[in-house]
Design a protein around this ligand. Structure first.
Ligand code: XUL
Length: 492
């Protein structure tokens, strides 16, 4: 069958550091891929890791026009890759969670009459009232406190699935409502990064989906409606209108905007499906069974579990699930993921993963007792400021250790924290347990081996055609490095 007679589907991932696009066939085979790395491809926005540190303590923002410009750029890369857009039946995608986009009063009219002859970013240059606070922002501690005081911490968790968290959109909105009232008043609509991206494709402000909408401290995850008391604690009576009505994640929002029809040759009836949060879409793609844990290794590391119903966690988050098969999901987000690993790779081994992995191979499981905690950015789970701690086998604080011990201390420390917090959330490991890894760093076998050793569970990696065992557990025969006695089957 030629591509022309096939139905194809286009997906986007508006993540922290890059925008990725992928075209798949009806059989889920990957036909084309393209990406835009914000720091490298759009240096004019002066981002580092896709974000800009703001002037307030803990403030982390991104200019929405960066994402707008990246969309045309990634589309042009798909053109160069030979994509025939007329075969695309539907478009959808994911975005980094919690970040908010503040649309001006004339934005929706602009979205509705975009000319295919000009770039999106020139036409939408005045569509945003301010830069977007993103998930790495930790400047809203006072707002979290105020929200928990207004609702009650436990009640807030019962209603919204989370206690108040700095990066959650409700506290972020509260900060702008109180500190920048003119910005708040000039804003017609507030989108999440996901629904903002969907809006660009749909040519109108797209609704927030229920799954990503659960990361705001505003949604009642049982009734699936905005909670009046939470809205009041974060803004005024206009907030419900600014947010619009949330919809299930698989909702068709409308046909694709005429901009994409005219500029790239989409058929006018191509459907745009609501976008959702990156972790929500990862959970949907992982098809987790009970007892399995999803591990998304990206800028942040996140642990994902499917849940049958809502509950009120003391730490971590419960979200409405993205699919009927996963009605609810648990999420634990560790802010120090790939960027932190990369920083220490650069420090300990130059800029090469190969050299860093050599260091790991020079040490043994358990790291001779050296253990480290490396927070290059404020940590979310547990809540803690940036810092670095290391101990030797006797439990003494160690100011420094040889690079190979530091390398393993960093990764074993990360894996231990992921396991300990998952267990605190009720996750129990048994014979049927497995970890399904996804995200950029899931290509690193040494890292997967460490997760396998620490979780004492096989680790699988998600591919488009299913899960593949990548790394055996300590209690099973390892498929990694079979010549390496350190990785042979060991009963602990
Ligand atoms: C999840 C979270 C991050 C972002 C960026 O709560 O804040 O994982 O979604 O990936």
């Amino acid at each position: 069958m030629t591509e022309d007679s096939r139905k194809t589907f286009l997906g986007f991932d508006f993540s922290t550091q890059r925008l990725k696009a992928i075209v798949i066939g009806e059989d889920f085979s990957v036909l084309h891929e393209a990406d835009v790395e914000f720091d490298v491809d759009l240096p004019e926005f002066r981002t580092a890791g896709g974000v800009v540190r703001g002037t307030d303590r803990g403030e982390v923002i991104a200019p929405p026009l960066l994402w707008v410009k990246a969309l045309d750029m990634v589309m042009d890369r798909l053109v160069v890759a030979g994509v025939d857009f007329s075969t695309i039946e539907a478009v959808s995608g994911a975005g980094q969670q919690h970040g908010s986009v503040w649309w001006s009063k004339d934005a929706e009219a602009k979205l509705g009459k975009l000319s295919a002859d000009e770039f999106l970013h020139t036409q939408l240059a005045t569509a945003f009232v301010c830069d977007s606070p993103v998930w790495m922002d930790s400047s809203t501690t006072a707002d979290c406190k105020a929200l928990e005081e207004a609702i009650g911490a436990e009640e807030l968790s019962k209603i919204t699935g989370s206690r108040a968290y700095e990066r959650f959109t409700g506290p972020q909105i509260r900060k702008i409502f109180h500190k920048r009232p003119r910005v708040y008043q000039a804003t017609a609509r507030i989108s999440l990064v996901s629904s903002f991206a969907c809006s660009l494709l749909a040519g109108k402000i797209a609704p927030i989906d229920l799954s990503d909408g659960s990361g705001m401290n505003l949604l009642d995850i049982t009734s699936m409606k905005w909670d009046e008391k939470c809205l009041q604690a974060c803004g005024d009576e206009s907030l419900a209108t600014k947010l619009g009505t949330p919809v299930p994640s698989a909702t068709v929002v409308g046909p694709i905007s005429s901009y994409f029809v005219g500029r790239y040759g989409f058929k006018p009836e191509c459907k745009v499906v609501a976008f959702t949060g990156d972790n929500c879409s990862a959970l949907a793609g992982l098809r987790l069974r009970s007892g399995w844990v999803g591990l998304s290794l990206g800028t942040s590391d996140t642990l994902l579990l499917g849940l049958p119903g809502p509950h009120a966690p003391a730490a971590g988050h419960v979200l409405v699930g993205p699919t009927p098969e996963a009605p609810y999901m648990a999420l634990l987000c560790f802010a120090n993921g790939s960027l932190t690993r990369q920083n220490h790779r650069d420090r300990l081994a130059g800029h090469s993963w190969e050299a860093f992995n050599e260091l790991l191979r020079a040490t043994v499981r358990g790291n001779m007792g050296y253990l480290g905690i490396y927070y290059d950015t404020a940590e979310i789970v547990p809540r803690a400021a940036a810092g670095r701690w290391m101990w030797d086998a006797a439990g003494r604080a160690a100011a420094r250790a040889a690079p190979q011990f530091e390398a393993r201390a960093l990764l074993e420390g990360q894996a231990l924290a992921r396991r300990a917090h998952a267990e605190d959330m009720g996750f129990t490991l048994d014979k049927s347990s497995r970890v399904i890894a996804t995200g950029g760093a899931s290509v690193n076998k040494e890292l997967l081996q460490i997760f396998s050793d620490v979780f004492n569970t096989p680790v699988y990696v998600q591919y488009s055609n299913g899960h593949r065992l990548y790394s055996g557990s300590a209690r099973e025969r390892s498929v990694v490095g079979s010549g390496d006695t350190r990785r042979r089957s060991v009963e602990r």
